[in-house]
Design a protein around this ligand. Structure first.
Ligand SMILES: Cc1ncc(COP(=O)(O)O)c(C=O)c1O
Length: 367
């Protein structure tokens, strides 16, 4: 039997009836874009993440773009971020005409290295954009301290980290604004695109509500030059059903990770994820550092085990971003050569499957 990374149909099968009932309710009501489901989801997720407000938008990418725009990021601004992330983090910056300033990552958590951020913050820096990569929060205190001193906004890219905590506080509640993605493969996935910006700042909240509807106030009057980026009711209704199972789903991922950690410990050539005591990791991905990574990947494949590489080339080395002339990001470059995501989704991997994967990894290094 093949061991796959993800199987969305299998993930949804146990709640199919509830999902269909939720969608039918919306279809019968006839209110499709923004409405009571979106408002309820905003309330539920702001409570879950620990913020006062939430604003549903059309995708995680848009959530980032609107959060940046609400923070005054635009042409001429710089945003400090990590090159070791999904491209959307940076596209949200460039699409506003702003410039990403890449700094290196921490070799253990793969998240942005706060020490490096301090070195590049300057007059044009408007925001710091850490990414809670793979489901674990970046070290936030040095970033929020620095931001407070310099009058800069901190925006958390929490697309992969819904439910993660840091010093007991939820992802999205640690900076000024936090962004979620509901892309179907995420831990809280919709049946299409969707995203959300969370904040406890009333000023940002009011701006975001305008920005998602063209900057429109009442009638055909416009207060800001906004966007069309709204969450629709079917997505929100679907997500509200999925939220009921989110805590259990997260626990099952964490249990798989704990078993991997135990079984992979001590295999020469393998390093399991590092999680500081003050972090609760939600394991959107379970990523190891593996010597001879590509050979291991091929070996697993011949044994019917899928794996994935996030990310094979850091963003500063991508052709589209070479114009930003970033140098010295050696940890990100090294990490991209050795990182490997193993199957962890509970619908694909039970204890026995984790044992099979770990056994195959061990056998590869004993060859
Ligand atoms: C770290 C990160 N940021 C942003 C996004 C963008 O989210 P979306 O695909 O919903 O636009 C994603 C996922 O796709 C992501 O993994």
């Amino acid at each position: 039997m093949a061991i796959r990374m993800l199987d969305i149909a299998a993930q949804l099968a146990p709640i199919q009836d509830q999902l269909e009932a939720a969608a039918t309710k919306v279809l019968r009501r006839g209110q499709f874009i923004l409405g009571e489901e979106v408002e309820s989801l905003e309330r539920e997720l702001s409570e879950y993440c620990g913020t006062r407000f939430a604003v549903g938008v059309a995708s995680g990418t848009d959530a980032l773009m609107l959060a940046l725009a609400a923070s005054g990021v635009g042409r001429g601004s710089q945003v400090v971020t990590t090159p070791f992330t999904y491209v959307a983090t940076v596209q949200a910056v460039t699409h506003l005409g702003a410039e990403p300033v890449f700094v290196d990552i921490d070799p253990q958590t793969f998240c942005i290295d706060a020490e490096q951020v301090k070195r590049v913050v300057g007059r044009r820096t408007k925001a710091i954009l850490p990414v809670h990569l793979f489901g674990q929060c970046a070290e936030m205190d040095p970033l929020t301290d620095l931001a407070a001193r310099r009058g800069i906004t901190v925006i958390e890219d929490s697309a992969q980290a819904v439910g993660a905590t840091h010093h007991g506080r939820g992802a999205c509640s640690l900076g000024h604004l936090g962004c979620l993605s509901f892309y179907p493969t995420k831990n809280l996935g919709a049946c299409g695109d969707g995203g959300m910006v969370l904040t406890s700042s009333e000023e940002h909240y009011e701006k975001l509500r305008l920005l998602r509807v063209h900057g429109r106030t009442d009638g055909y009057f416009y207060h800001l030059d906004g966007f069309n980026s709204r969450l629709d009711e079917i997505q929100a209704a679907f997500l509200r059903v999925r939220m009921r199972g989110l805590a259990d789903y997260t626990r099952a991922r964490q249990a798989n990770a704990a078993l991997y950690n135990e079984l992979l410990a001590g295999i020469p050539g393998v390093r399991t994820p590092f999680v500081p005591a003050h972090n609760q990791h939600v394991y959107h991905q379970y990523c190891i550092i593996a010597e001879r990574r590509d050979d291991l990947r091929g070996y697993l494949k011949t044994h019917g085990i899928d794996s994935a590489v996030y990310y094979p080339l850091p963003l500063h080395q991508q052709r589209i971003y070479q114009r930003f002339r970033s140098r010295g990001l050696t940890v990100a470059e090294r990490t991209s050569q050795a990182i490997l995501a193993l199957p962890i989704a509970p619908e694909c991997v039970n204890d026995d499957a984790v044992r099979s994967v770990a056994e195959a990894v061990r056998a590869f290094y004993q060859k």
